[in-house]
Design a protein around this ligand. Structure first.
Ligand SMILES: Cc1cc2nc3c(=O)[nH]c(=O)nc-3n(C[C@H](O)[C@H](O)[C@H](O)COP(=O)(O)O)c2cc1C
Length: 179
């Protein structure tokens, strides 16, 4: 399955990256040749949505902001599965991920049925309204954009980093393999 994945953590090799890479291990367990690097949002030039509504006002409208999103729109258009991975920061996603999600306002709702997966890591044990809030907003965004929710996985990192958490790594691998 043609997959594009977005890492919203500023830590390239942190918990969220470990979780994301394990899901990708599962997706590509028998076909590693097709695997592509995840997009590290922290190093992308993604400007904030300016609310101009150009993407909505014209038929087949596209976002008029000229930055790295233009290439990412093209890549998303070619993908069947989109994975968003973010730590919880202040009961929400990181600023890097929020900038990216706001710019998804510009994608065409009728761009074909795509699947989307949300991965989260967070410090506070459940119950924790941060990951619950993010899961809710993720599901609502998918419904609005006519995208299919392929799965949501959250892992608490307070006492154990993802890389040292075999059960979390196993769940991530299975989630990718079963897609
Ligand atoms: C600025 C900041 C804000 C955070 N806010 C929350 C929060 O609201 N809830 C929570 O459970 N964890 C919070 N955390 C903890 C991170 O979500 C957690 O450590 C996560 O696993 C980090 O992922 P990373 O290793 O990919 O950077 C916060 C961490 C930082 C640095």
């Amino acid at each position: 399955m043609k997959t594009i994945s977005f890492l919203g953590s500023p830590r390239r090799n942190g918990n969220t990256a470990a979780l994301l890479h394990r899901v990708l291990d599962g997706i590509y367990h028998d076909n590693d040749a097709e695997r592509e690097d995840s997009i590290f949002l922290h190093e992308k030039n993604i400007k904030a949505c300016n609310g101009c509504n150009a993407c909505k006002l014209e038929k087949n409208g596209i976002c008029i902001i000229k930055d790295d999103m233009q290439d990412l729109y093209r890549q998303i258009g070619k993908s069947e599965l989109i994975i968003l991975a973010s730590p919880i920061y202040w009961w929400s996603v990181t600023a890097q991920m929020k900038l990216f999600i706001d710019r998804l306002y510009g994608i065409n709702k009728d761009c074909g049925r795509k699947k989307v997966m949300m991965l989260m890591t967070y410090g506070g044990e459940l119950p924790n309204s941060g990951p619950e809030t993010v899961e809710k907003l993720f599901r609502e965004i998918c419904a609005y954009l006519h995208l299919e929710v392929a799965g949501v996985l959250g892992v608490c990192t307070e006492t154990c980093e993802v890389k040292d958490n075999p059960s979390a790594l196993q769940r991530a691998f299975e989630m990718g393999r079963n897609i």
